[in-house]
Design a protein around this ligand. Structure first.
Ligand SMILES: NC(=O)c1ccc[n+]([C@@H]2O[C@H](COP(=O)([O-])OP(=O)(O)OC[C@H]3O[C@@H](n4cnc5c(N)ncnc54)[C@H](OP(=O)(O)O)[C@@H]3O)[C@@H](O)[C@H]2O)c1
Length: 314
């Protein structure tokens, strides 16, 4: 196993240590967006989990809303069956009918129960909704969750630079570090660079967790004009975009060939080179194995720049 695979990094300025690449579990149990139960089943997901753990991947991201709780249940089941240590991140959805900060603690206890653990490692607010509960009040609730021992660390998701700074300040006043901000970041979504979010994360010691790091499968190279993605993803990756991404897909393949790596592995390695923590979704052992192969080697600075030159500006 590679050195980098085994070298854990700190989540923000907390004592939670994670592999430099995680696994996203949105598709685990989800039939609303993904095709759970049709193209892949629980055995496939169990194998994806096992292969990841065996490759040294320790970080798994879920949410109370994924598969309406099924993702948390499956993840907890796999952790118990494997008997190996895993770092579990889950998320709270600030629905508009959640009127009180206390609802966060109730939701966290329900997640803990579905996962079958004593506490989670990272608890994140899924979206920056601040009505009827203010951003500061949600942060106070997150700090309470740490104080109660329900989570080791706390983070946010989809927060803008200004929202993240405010969250960071409120938590810092309670002596709690903001561990992470989970946002979309990949070679087809470079908004965190344009907005300055990536740089600010690095200045504040907040880990930028990169979701959809494979552009929902686009950066694997398998979706093309001749083989467009399934309908649910069609709204994002229409024909014009499939055409625009061709030069990037070509360069990912070309660079990968020099290392014996696939386009997906190159795309994930690029995220790591930028100082972020990618959490690619995997639905089966093959995908999990391939994604784990993004660790243990590194693109050169010239290759990173060359990829950026052909990455579409979406
Ligand atoms: N915080 C948020 O608001 C938010 C939003 C979105 C996602 N997330 C998190 O980020 C995670 C990852 O994002 P994502 O699932 O949207 O996108 P992604 O990781 O960019 O793409 C995942 C999809 O790509 C395909 N794939 C993955 N590895 C592959 C491989 N090696 N070869 C071929 N195909 C492969 C699979 O779908 P197919 O096989 O069907 O193509 C898989 O479901 C989620 O699971 C979730 O934990 C968070």
């Amino acid at each position: 196993m590679s050195g980098e695979t085994q070298t854990a990094c700190r989540l923000g300025r907390t004592d939670v240590r994670v592999s430099p690449l995680g696994v996203g579990t949105w598709a685990w149990g989800d039939t609303l967006f993904w095709d759970y139960g049709k193209q892949y089943n629980d055995q496939d997901l169990a194998a994806a989990y096992r292969v990841s753990i065996e490759a040294g991947i320790t970080f798994f991201d879920t949410a109370e809303v994924y598969g309406l709780g099924r993702s948390e249940q499956l993840l907890g089941q796999f952790v118990r069956e494997t008997g190996r240590e895993a770092v579990i991140a889950t998320k709270f959805m600030p629905f508009p009918w959640r009127f009180w900060p206390q609802t966060l603690l109730d939701a966290l206890r329900a997640s803990i129960q579905r996962l079958g653990v004593d506490r989670v490692d990272l608890y994140q607010i899924h979206w920056p909704a601040h009505f009827p509960v203010s951003l500061a009040s949600w942060m106070q609730a997150l700090a309470d969750a740490v104080a109660l021992g329900l989570t080791r660390a706390v983070g946010v998701s989809n927060y803008s630079l200004a929202q993240m700074e405010e969250a960071w300040r409120v938590l810092a006043d309670r002596g709690v570090p903001l561990a992470s901000n989970q946002v979309e970041y990949s070679l087809v979504c470079r908004a965190p660079e344009r907005t300055g979010l990536l740089q600010r994360c690095q200045e504040l010691g907040v880990t930028l967790i990169a979701y959809s790091p494979l552009g929902m499968g686009l950066l694997t190279g398998k979706y093309t004009l001749d083989n467009p993605p399934p309908k649910a993803r069609g709204w994002r990756f229409h024909r014009e975009r499939l055409r625009q991404v061709q030069p990037l897909q070509g360069l990912l393949r070309e660079i990968g060939q020099q290392y014996g790596k696939t386009p997906a592995q190159v795309a994930l390695n690029w995220v790591i080179c930028k100082g972020a923590l990618p959490i690619p979704g995997a639905k089966n052992a093959r995908q999990a194995q391939e994604n784990a192969g993004a660790l243990g080697w590194r693109l050169t600075n010239d290759e990173v720049r060359a990829l950026e030159q052909v990455s579409p500006n979406w």
